[in-house]
Write a protein that binds this ligand. Structure first.
Ligand SMILES: N[C@@H](CCC(=O)N[C@@H](CS)C(=O)NCC(=O)O)C(=O)O
Length: 231
């Protein structure tokens, strides 16, 4: 049996995506929380991002590549549909969630109003001694990267309006289905779950209100949890 080890903080939507996706396949794996940002560079010198996983010692970085590797290892239950068009749509939504919705979420986390709560949430995962040293780094590096993105430069009211529209679009795309492309969850659903999870994790009460207004999305998130080991 392949030994799988997944590294990263479950505050990260991408770690949460990979964690739940591995649970859904019923793969046996060990999850190791991140000790410090320096550890990440050692574990994953290629992108220095989490998650990073090891399959029998072979490093696989990036949540999407980790899911693909897990799919190769065990086809059932699948993350991507057998039908090529459905699979293309699943990959597109997975990518939109990872590369666009993520940055909307990050922009909201690092608004002047939410930045301090966001930094506190990240620092709480680190050993107490490291916190004062890491605080300015977190704000400068993660906050700075976010402000370098388009969404990170929008005024808060515009950002919230855009996020509301995106959530409405997701509600429409879900239609009456349990998951985005049918009755079983796939890669796009786990990716989307990761983002919804981060949007409702504390420092962005405005996003929590937007999601609470859209019960379809909260119900969807509960279904993903139900299919991948619970809340
Ligand atoms: N496309 C990557 C994104 C990973 C990513 O951005 N991870 C963030 C946490 S949410 C990270 O490790 N940031 C640390 C840093 O930028 O130093 C994936 O899907 O795994």
């Amino acid at each position: 049996m392949t030994k799988i080890v997944l590294h990263g903080s479950r505050l990260s939507p991408f770690v949460e995506k990979a964690y739940r996706a591995l649970c859904y396949k019923g793969l046996d794996f060990e999850w190791i929380d991140l000790g410090s940002p320096l550890e990440l560079r050692k574990l994953n010198p290629v992108t220095s991002k989490m998650p990073v996983a090891f399959f029998d010692g072979e490093r696989v970085y990036d949540s999407t590549l980790i899911l693909r590797r897990a799919e190769e290892l065990q086809a059932e239950p699948p993350y991507y549909a057998a039908d090529a068009e459905t699979a293309a749509n699943q990959r597109r939504l997975e990518d939109w969630s990872d590369e666009s919705l993520y940055w909307m979420t990050m922009a909201l986390r690092w608004t002047p109003k939410n930045a301090s709560a966001t930094a506190n949430q990240i620092l709480a995962t680190l050993p107490g001694l490291l916190r004062p040293v890491v605080r300015p780094l977190v704000s400068r590096q993660i906050g700075g990267t976010t402000r370098a993105q388009g969404f990170g430069r929008l005024p808060e009211d515009v950002l919230l309006y855009e996020l509301g529209l995106a959530l409405d679009d997701l509600t429409t795309s879900l239609g009456g289905r349990a998951f985005f492309w049918g009755e079983h969850p796939g890669a796009a659903d786990f990716a989307m779950y990761g983002q919804l999870h981060m949007l409702t994790s504390g420092p962005t009460p405005e996003a929590e209100a937007l999601i609470a207004d859209r019960a379809v999305l909260a119900d969807f998130a509960k279904r993903v949890e139900g299919a991948s080991g619970g809340a």
